[in-house]
Design a protein around this ligand. Structure first.
Ligand code: ATP
Ligand code: MG
Length: 290
């Protein structure tokens, strides 16, 4: 990872449970390797799964900023190579470098596309080899005393290969944001730009009408609502070149109500059911308390 991703723990609204688990598995063991060994040795694989736009990638980026470890951010496509045998070598090199630069955290985003179920036909040779190599490497560092942690993120956990699922020992459900978390997202985003003037009742009203919205839906909603003052100024005939930043009013509840007409939730109830089923079957905690 070559640039600071600029995401901090506090930017992530809600998800207290996930943050706690990550701290336990990643941050503490790195600070006190002498305590976290033997029976207490932390798991080597962590899977974050849940509907799209709920902050999985954000958590990965926050770890990169907070953990004092070498951080590798891998998206599945960066390992795929069209040359047969090349991607396999890349995987070996990745784990090789990680073991030289311990402690290391390897974050694989969209891990389902890398480690999808292996099937006997219809799959090309090189992607199968890539998977096998990945599984072999993961097995290797699982047994040793090496300080390497693999974190995977996916919104299609049901497509993960069984063997990969086993190696990702802790599986955390990252649910849709709760009403408090949604309020926090609105507040954080608006405060960043100095546009926050909503009352507690306003926030409550917005939170009630955004049941089922994901974190990224909330972000889109705030984006749209914050256009409200601008649109109003145009309607009154102000030209964009003459518009003064100081004269613009803050974002109001009415802006949010207009935005709610435009921005709809992106996750269906049906899909949520799939995640919850998978969580009940394989998740580390069947009841997720946000
Ligand atoms: N809990 C949250 N707190 C604050 N912002 C959030 C939260 N969840 C999502 N967002 C917003 O949504 C955007 C997308 O989140 P992110 O990329 O982490 O989603 P994801 O879970 O990785 O989705 P996907 O499964 O589609 O990759 C973030 O950039 C952020 O602005
Ligand atoms: Mg993501």
């Amino acid at each position: 990872m070559d640039c600071d991703p600029n995401v901090r723990w506090d930017d992530i609204a809600g998800l207290h449970h996930a943050k706690k688990c990550v701290t336990e598995m990643v941050i503490w063991p790195l600070l006190r390797p002498d305590i976290f060994k033997g029976c207490r040795s932390p798991g080597r694989g962590l899977l974050l799964f849940g509907p799209p736009g709920t902050g999985k990638t954000m958590i990965g980026k926050a770890i990169a900023g907070e953990a004092k470890a070498t951080f590798f951010y891998i998206s599945a496509s960066s390992l795929a190579s069209k040359w047969v045998g090349d991607s396999e070598k890349l995987v070996r090199a990745l784990f090789g470098v990680a073991s030289c630069r311990q402690p290391a955290v390897i974050f694989v985003d969209e891990i389902d596309s890398l480690l999808s179920k292996r099937n006997s036909h219809g799959e090309n040779e090189s992607s199968r080899k890539l998977k096998t190599q990945f599984l072999v490497e993961m097995e290797g560092f699982d047994s040793g005393s090496e300080q390497i942690l693999l974190i995977g993120a996916t919104n299609r956990p049901q497509e993960l290969d069984e063997a990969a699922r086993r190696r990702l020992t802790k599986r955390l459900y990252i649910p849709l944001p709760s009403s408090e978390a949604r309020a926090l997202i609105i507040r954080n985003l608006l405060e960043k730009d100095g546009l926050f003037k909503l009352s507690t009742e306003d926030i409550d009203t917005i939170c009630k009408s955004t049941e089922g919205y994901s974190g990224s839906d909330m972000k889109n909603l705030v984006n749209d609502a914050s256009m409200g003052p601008l649109r109003e100024a145009f309607r009154q005939g102000t030209e964009i070149t003459k518009l003064k930043k100081e004269d613009m009013r803050a974002v109001t509840l009415q802006d949010f109500e207009n935005a709610l007409q435009e921005v709809r939730p992106s996750v269906s109830l049906n899909e949520l059911g799939t995640y919850e089923d998978w969580n009940n079957q394989f998740g580390s905690f069947s009841v997720s308390t946000d």
